[in-house]
Ligand binder design. Structure first.
Ligand SMILES: Cc1cc2nc3c(=O)[nH]c(=O)nc-3n(C[C@H](O)[C@H](O)[C@H](O)COP(=O)(O)OP(=O)(O)OC[C@H]3O[C@@H](n4cnc5c(N)ncnc54)[C@H](O)[C@@H]3O)c2cc1C
Length: 375
């Protein structure tokens, strides 16, 4: 169905580039239009869970992913003050099953996707900002909106939306530090901090604080590292030691956006953050964008465009909504303020993890164990 069809992708982010490769490998002639003058990324890390690495494996980028990132051995929840583990979820079963849990620098992932796209024959045009009212390229069969959080195509298809400030702000920072190959979440009252290695002696830090003051949503607002250190001064000496090393940090406000009701028209389709921006508390934004990219290409390859686009939305929307609702709930669970409730909750996690070590992770089988490339 796709051989020789011309498809335009707006946005050379994770979702746009993955879709471009998946479509080009099925015979489409794909052009990616990216407004930035060069392919670049903010300095931050990404956790690519097995459901995301399944897509990268199927796109032929699995070896590059493994060579560029760090295979994550465990997800660990820790007490903020003592730093002691509350629950350790061993990822060996997932990693051994074929599609590993990988920690990687965003810039490196974008680089390997852009390389894969060019190898697959995709044309990437930089400095090309697209507006929904722009005319289609010649013989364009479909335009894919992969323009991220502030998608104009989402707004055109769905009308104005009601995003709201969640009362949370997040700092991100990367420091030079040799971290063990695991993700850790330090849970404290009204705040939490996530950290993991990125390879090449780098450690990624994302620190979330509840606050009343509104903070802008963009990812590139510099902040004084002292503000970050002050907000996490009550955390363990280990955490404070990492924060002492932060020389540059950025802060952004966390907003909750509704998942778009309409993901397509006759000639447009949305994917990734353009269709469903998510809070970062389950680390699934990029993973969902990768899944969307595969499913969209799969549907378009199998069916006429109108049926394909309807099936794409039907296959994707319920899963994305479930992932986003799970992420929304995590903030509440990480930030328990009442010390008695927090101690009781952490004790329950500790005992549960000791009695049935594999049970906590099995709750995420629907997420990590799902492989969209298997149909
Ligand atoms: C600090 C942080 C940590 C995160 N951690 C994780 C994680 O561990 N795991 C995970 O799965 N997700 C994570 N996420 C979420 C993830 O980064 C996003 O969900 C993902 O990048 C979305 O990909 P995308 O391709 O949809 O959009 P984007 O990556 O935002 O790409 C959109 C692209 O479109 C371009 N563009 C925009 N408008 C136009 C236009 N009009 N014309 C042309 N080009 C345009 C932009 O320049 C950009 O290149 C994290 C997010 C943050 C902020």
């Amino acid at each position: 169905m796709l051989i020789g069809q011309r498809i335009t992708v707006v946005g050379a982010g994770i979702g746009g580039l993955a879709a471009a490769i998946a479509l080009a490998k099925r015979g489409a002639q794909v052009t990616v239009l990216e407004r930035a003058p060069e392919i670049r990324e903010v300095g931050a890390g990404l956790q690519i869970s097995p459901n995301g690495s399944a897509v990268l494996d199927a796109l032929g980028l699995g070896d590059a992913l493994r060579a560029s990132g760090v295979v994550n051995r465990a997800l660990q929840l820790c007490d903020h003050r003592r730093g002691a583990p509350v629950l350790r979820m061993d990822l060996a079963t997932y990693n051994a099953a074929g599609h590993p849990f990988v920690l990687i620098h965003r810039a490196r992932l974008i680089e390997l996707l852009a390389h894969g796209a060019r190898e697959a024959g995709v044309e990437i045009r930089l400095g090309a900002e697209v507006h929904p009212s722009d005319s289609p390229l010649s013989e364009e069969m479909l335009r894919i909106g992969a323009e991220g959080l502030h998608s104009q195509m989402r707004a055109t298809l769905n009308g104005p939306e009601s995003a709201f400030f969640t009362g949370q702000a997040a700092w991100r920072a990367v420091i030079a530090d040799d971290a063990p190959p695991e993700s850790r979440v330090y849970m404290g009252p009204g705040r939490h901090l996530v950290t993991y290695p990125l390879g090449n002696g780098l450690r990624n830090i994302v620190a979330v604080e509840e606050r009343h003051a509104w903070v802008d949503e963009g990812w590139s607002h510099p902040d004084d590292p002292e503000n970050l250190r002050r907000a996490f001064a009550g955390f363990s000496p280990e955490v404070r030691g990492w924060l002492d090393k932060v020389s540059e940090t950025h802060i952004w406000g966390l907003f909750r956006h509704p998942v778009a009701h309409t993901w397509h028209s006759d000639s447009w389709a949305l994917l990734g953050d353009a269709a469903h921006p998510t809070l970062p508390f389950l680390a699934q934004g990029a993973n969902m964008a990768l899944e969307d990219a595969w499913v969209l290409a799969d549907c378009l390859n199998a069916l006429p465009a109108d049926e394909a686009l309807a099936l794409y939305q039907a296959r994707r929307r319920p899963r994305v909504v479930r992932a986003i609702e799970t992420a929304n709930g995590n903030a509440r669970n990480f930030h328990l303020r009442n010390p008695l409730i927090r101690t009781a909750a952490h004790t329950a996690l500790r005992i549960g993890g000791a009695v049935a070590p594999s049970a906590p992770l099995r709750r995420f089988d629907w997420l990590y164990g799902h492989d969209v490339t298997k149909g």
